[in-house]
Design a protein around this ligand. Sequence first.
Ligand SMILES: [Mg+2]
Length: 509
Amino acid sequence: MARAVGSLDPALGTGPHGGGLWTTRGPGAGLGSVRDVRREASVLHLDLDAFFAAVEQRDKPSLRGRPVVVGGTGGRGVVATASYEARIYGVRSAMSTREARSRCPHAAFLSGRFGAYREASRAVMGALREASPLVEPLSLDEAFVDLAASPDPTLADLSVESVTAFAERLRARVTEVTDGLTCSVGVATSKFMAKVASDLDKPDGLVVVAPGTERELLRPMSVTVIPGVGPATADRLRRAGVQTVADLEQVSQEELVRLVGSAHGIGLFHLARAHDDRPVVAERETKSVSVEGTYDSDLSDLRLMEHLLVRQSGEVAARLAKAGLSGRTVTIKVRLHDFTTTSRSATLPEPTDSPAVVARVVRSLLAELAAGVETGPALRAGVRLLGVGVSGLADWVQDDLFADLDGSDEAAGTTDEEAEDLPEPPRARSSGWAPGADVVHDEHGRGWVWGSGRGVVTVRFETRESPAGPVRSFPVDDPALHLWQQPEDEPTDDPGGPAAREGGLSAPG
Ligand SMILES: [Mg+2]
């Protein structure tokens, strides 16, 4: 249901374009460092609800309405997303899976299917780009949309009524293109307020903040609503008697700078007043060639990580050479055991397609991560995905630019003397029976891995379109059972493209 925060009722004195706050704004208004904020609620923030878990429930009918936890399922695993049914039991993102199991032992614990998440994300971003050319994705399941750039004639006046109706249609469209996923949307005069608003009526909600009502909405909220106010800053502010945004408004800019430092203090001062003039920036056109591998158990051996990255460097360089391309920026991508993704890039003085040059940069980037105060311990706690990319000029870290190259390490032709005394790399995730993975059985058809152990894999035979299905068990090496992979046919600017991926996607057995 749509909900307008602030008043649409002229009797309360804050109509869509009214409010004393706005009459003093504008060029030359003499407000010094006060930033110019939009006058209309034209920034939309969309956030899919419990995204990974919702995709699993969509594709696994027997899990609908049940607690589902997606994340690391091993000993050091961390929860990436919990379904709303699991949240009732206190399961939260970033909690250890061990803790989640003790709070909600009857939940389904799944290790995640990035191909399915990426596919849903592409559909959502596509729907948003139909709505406006200015879409700024923040992650697979979140984006800003600039409604002022939309060609839709119903948005001509950008009134609260028209953006509300438009946002409701957009939400319905997202549900349609994703086969049933829901999202929460906030619309406001700035990115900050739109993001605050999308969180106010989750899940499946819409909140439009009427222009001029931002500050009264923020005042009762905890200072932690402001981006960048983490536990440490919140603690420092609390000790100074500041808990709510209303408290924060009472503190002078000088005092804030003294409390939390200059860059942060000035930002806080403005955000406490809902002053945020950051534009929505469309995703930059990025060309890259990249290779990545996901692993069945978390990697924690740095030498093994280096070995795998060097092999990927060889494959990236080969693909560059084959496509007649070269790039200056080399990036490594690392997904940690808790699903957070980190990357490091270095830009060379001139373009390269040399495996030795790429490998040398990759080694130094890994060493840099390993030496980091935060990244070093995080690496050693376990890594589930490694990737190498080479790009021209732009950034290269969007998840959806990565080819799904599970098993690519096996396909790499490079040899490495050091490999002799290294442990076997863990199997690529696609060749293990990870809980939740899609499978197909020659006789019984499509299903998913319900669990495995002691030489047996148990499969539930159901799909998105079927009713909840039966469970059957097989020996882990049953030749009739195969992993199933969504056929990929989306066009991509990755010259390696779908054709180059085929070799990496062999099913076991
Ligand atoms: Mg979300």
